[in-house]
Design a protein around this ligand. Structure first.
Ligand code: FNR
Length: 360
């Protein structure tokens, strides 16, 4: 460390995960940390990053590394956003309010879930970085239409349709725990209903028969850019482009939907090839450190979204905990760019990935 750098805490995101586990009620921990089925995809998301190696360049003359970027023309302080997650209020009573304040301090966007525990209006009043809305599509289209209208009126800047959840994945930890939301944990932006069992609610209220025409419908009810989240197949990425999507999120929902699908980072390169820069390309699932962000950019992503670590930071230390998680990623990204010989995120390309070692 040089004398001019502010002191940085030495807690990694993995440390926060351990601390959060000790603080959360066991069934809430399982709801957040768990995945579907045998959790093979959940494990694959992080393991695939663990096995990637970077190939830095030396003597590049790059100085003052600068992780800032723009998405839809809007500046982000790093190519990192907060993934949509239901009920931040499970991790801390301030919920999404704390997350939005912390992300604003670091200059990073938050994708607010349909099942946020705080209202769009109170979040928008505190926002100092972009807010996007994640939407599910309900059988009753007027529910989705109202959500979108309210978020747009509050100043949200993009709409992200979650496409991989015609119903919730079979999450065995929650089924074994008989998980129900604790009293007082409710979605602040949805009409009154029984939300206590997330799986049962989704099974009756989500539209299970969506097809690509839903993108057109969303575009007809909003002026905001529309992203489609939850794609893993290159053919689906092309369909999303044909349907007029402005962006794609390569994602397996953090291993919470269909178990046995590829890690998000494994699914990314063929999708990046298919899309060829024609829309914004994001990835989520398993990003736990700055070098994972670099690996995702090198594999073709414009930016990544971070899920569980944000809720872990929130559980450990509220708003300050989220700030710590996001700052750690951004500060480490600055270090990693410098050590990789890149000055900006635009300098990161496939050459930064080391070829896989030969199998023995
Ligand atoms: C989620 N995710 C999610 N996705 C979505 O589109 N709408 C939602 O409401 C939620 N809710 C949610 C709750 C919790 C507790 C988790 C852990 C995840 C999925 C999320 O957006 C993202 O795809 C993954 O979390 C990314 O993986 P990592 O970063 O958690 O590994």
């Amino acid at each position: 460390m040089t004398g001019t750098e502010p002191e940085r805490p030495l807690r990694t995101l993995a440390d926060d995960e351990r601390l959060a586990r000790a603080r959360l009620a066991p069934d809430v921990w399982d709801w957040i940390a768990g995945g579907a089925g045998e959790e093979r995809t959940l494990a694959a998301n992080t393991e695939a990053f663990d096995h990637l190696r970077l190939l830095p360049r030396v003597l590049t003359g790059a100085q003052a590394p600068h992780p800032a970027t723009k998405v839809f023309g809007t500046p982000w302080s790093a190519p990192v956003g907060v993934a949509p997650m239901a009920y931040h209020t499970l991790a801390d009573p301030a919920g999404e309010l704390a997350t939005v304040r912390a992300a604003g301090d670091v200059g990073l966007p938050v994708v607010v879930s349909t099942f946020a525990g705080r209202t769009f209006e109170e979040l928008a009043a505190e926002a100092r970085a972009p807010l996007w809305l994640q939407t599910y599509c309900f059988r009753d289209r007027s529910v989705t239409r109202d959500l979108v209208a309210r978020a747009e009126a509050a100043g949200f800047e993009a709409l992200m349709l979650t496409a991989d959840a015609p119903r919730l994945g079979r999450r065995l930890r929650d089924l074994r725990n008989g998980f129900r939301l604790p009293p007082g944990i409710v979605p602040a932006n949805l009409p009154e209903a029984d939300y206590s069992s997330p799986g049962a609610h989704a099974a009756t209220e989500f539209d299970p028969a969506l097809d690509w025409t839903v993108v057109d419908w969303l575009r007809s009810i909003t002026r905001l850019p529309v992203l489609v989240k939850g794609l893993l197949a290159p053919g689906d990425a092309l369909r999303a482009l044909d349907a007029g999507a402005d962006g794609i999120v390569v994602s397996n929902h953090g291993g919470r939907q269909l178990d046995g699908v590829p890690a998000a980072i494994e699914a990314l390169p063929p999708i990046a090839d298919a899309v060829a820069g024609r829309c914004a390309l994001l990835l989520d699932g398993g990003v736990r450190r700055a070098t994972d962000v670099l690996a995702a950019l090198a594999s073709g992503a414009d930016a990544v979204l971070i899920g569980r670590p944000v809720l872990y930071g929130l559980a450990v230390d509220g708003e300050a905990g989220v700030r710590h998680v996001l700052r750690t990623l951004c500060d480490d990204l600055r270090d990693a760019l410098a050590l990789a010989g890149a000055a900006t995120v635009a300098d990161v390309d496939a050459d930064l990935l080391a070829p896989p070692p030969p199998r023995r």
